[in-house]
Design a binder for this molecule. Structure first.
Ligand code: AMP
Length: 462
């Protein structure tokens, strides 16, 4: 299928999405701003803190260190900030260029609704007014509520709760080629990307609220696919004594409930989790409940690390070789017993499935193709507002390493055992000067999973 056929098929498909939405406050970084931050804290202090590699932001220097590290490597990254009193420091140091919807649920909901899916049900445990207003105003987009003990679907703008806090993430966008100095060292940013300071208000629990839980089987039955994300927002301990184990158990139960009346396909969109113990729990306890998982190249390394493959993980992290990614992907597919795993990197997107998968390699490739056209459209336009916009992404050429990537993939296939698997790859369509890179990975994963399901439906196996 090409994008026109896919978007035609999408008009008959419905999705449920949970759990994370937030407001993204975006800053387009300039070299002057970065330089000023380094001067304010001192290059030596920044360098020392980079070596300590703080995994959460407890003070401004933690932020500056992780930011400079991200700029140096050009790798996108997100670091949590629990202490809400730091909000003032950020607000005093930065002017936000754009405010828009964030969180995987927020981003994906707006894309699917704009692509004219039949019905998109987006859930997040918090829905403040400012948050609700950032959803696109479309008749196919709903927030689930319970009224008179019955399940009802309302437009987010009519469903918000006045007292719910709003989670604001700060996103620092950087461009390839930006230069600044860290003491003696001259740094040139190798890739465009972004660094995210992810706020974690204590009121926020990654869960389905009790009143809605009994209706999950009904919701699961009414949709063609489910995308779950946001587990990175679970904390180890809460002031009321609850722990991550409590929320992981609840998350497992949510999936069971969603699948109770009908074996609806569930995709987990993984995002980086700094805390290794929590990451391990998500990988070990939640991945096996899903049919499909999506992640990027940094995340596959993180996942392999907690699955007990530190060497392979390090290799992927440092060298990014295709054969290692294939090897790692096979391991994740098998250990988590997934139906399909999707990995997106800057230069290519890959599916790893079993050879028994009902789709042909060519069909799997067409699903990845839809995904990269969708991402290229978003990168070109900033927002996708209608299915026809995809004509823009279709015109974006494959990246210049595309042919090389395919060659390396064919070589890798010869070297490692791929019998028993269906592994396909396509080069990405990379936009030279993207309007924004925020949410492109989520866009790829949503496009890949939705088109995968559309193909299964066409075959009559869904
Ligand atoms: P993530 O790291 O999960 O946000 O995923 C980012 C993905 O978006 C990359 O792996 C690329 O496939 C894609 N991407 C990044 N930059 C661009 C761009 N300029 N144009 C199109 N796609 C992009």
């Amino acid at each position: 299928m090409d994008w026109r056929e896919f978007t035609g098929a999408f008009k008959d498909m419905s999705f449920y999405l949970a759990y994370n939405t937030n407001v993204d406050a975006i800053v387009y970084l300039t070299p002057e701003k970065v330089q000023a931050l380094i001067e304010e804290f001192g290059a030596d202090n920044v360098r020392k803190r980079i070596e300590e590699y703080p995994r959460q932001i407890d003070e401004p220097l933690d932020f500056v260190a992780r930011l400079v590290h991200a700029l140096k490597t050009g790798k996108p990254n997100a670091v949590p900030m629990f202490d809400q009193s730091l909000n003032n420091w950020f607000d005093g140091h930065f002017k936000y260029d754009v405010e828009r919807i964030g969180g995987q649920v927020g981003i994906i909901a707006n894309i699917l609704a704009s692509l004219d899916f039949k019905r998109v049900i987006a859930y997040s445990p918090l829905l403040g007014k400012k948050q609700a207003e950032m959803f696109v105003d479309r008749p196919n987009l709903f927030y689930p509520v319970v009224e008179n003990e019955m399940l009802a679907f309302k437009p987010p703008r009519e469903a918000y709760r006045e007292d719910d806090p709003v989670k604001i993430n700060r996103i620092f966008e950087f461009r390839k080629g930006m230069r600044f100095r860290l003491g003696e060292e001259e740094i040139e940013v190798p890739f465009s990307g972004r660094f995210i300071v992810s706020s974690r208000p204590t009121e926020l629990r990654i869960e389905t609220r009790d009143e809605l839980r009994p209706f999950l089987p009904q919701i699961g039955e009414s949709v063609d696919g489910i995308i779950l994300s946001g587990y990175q927002g679970i904390k180890r301990h809460y002031p009321d004594g609850k722990t991550d184990d409590y929320y992981i158990a609840r998350a497992r139960r949510d999936i069971e409930l969603l699948k109770k009346n009908h074996d609806v396909k569930v995709h987990i969109e993984f995002a980086s989790i700094q805390d290794k113990e929590l990451r391990k729990k998500v990988v070990r306890e939640l991945f096996p409940m899903a049919d499909s998982v999506g992640m990027d190249e940094a995340e596959i390394a993180h996942v392999l690390n907690v699955m007990g493959y530190p060497d392979l993980s390090d290799r992927i992290f440092n060298y990014n070789r295709i054969e290692d990614v294939v090897l790692g992907g096979k391991i994740i597919l098998d250990e988590a017993n997934l139906e399909i795993l999707q990995i997106h990197t800057i230069y290519y997107i890959m599916y790893i499935a079993r050879s028994s998968n009902p789709l042909k390699e060519e069909e799997l490739r067409s699903s990845l193709e839809l995904a990269t056209v969708l991402a290229a459209t978003r990168a070109s336009l900033g927002d996708i507002t209608r299915p026809e916009d995809l004509a823009v992404g279709e015109k974006v050429p494959y990246n210049e390493r595309g042919e090389y990537v395919k060659l390396r993939f064919e070589e890798a296939r010869k070297r490692i055992r791929t019998r028993g698997y269906k592994i396909v790859i396509i080069p990405t369509r990379l936009v030279k000067n993207p309007v924004s890179t925020v949410g492109l990975g989520d866009t790829i994963s949503a496009g890949a999973f939705a088109s995968y399901l559309a193909l299964l439906r066409r075959k009559g196996v869904l």
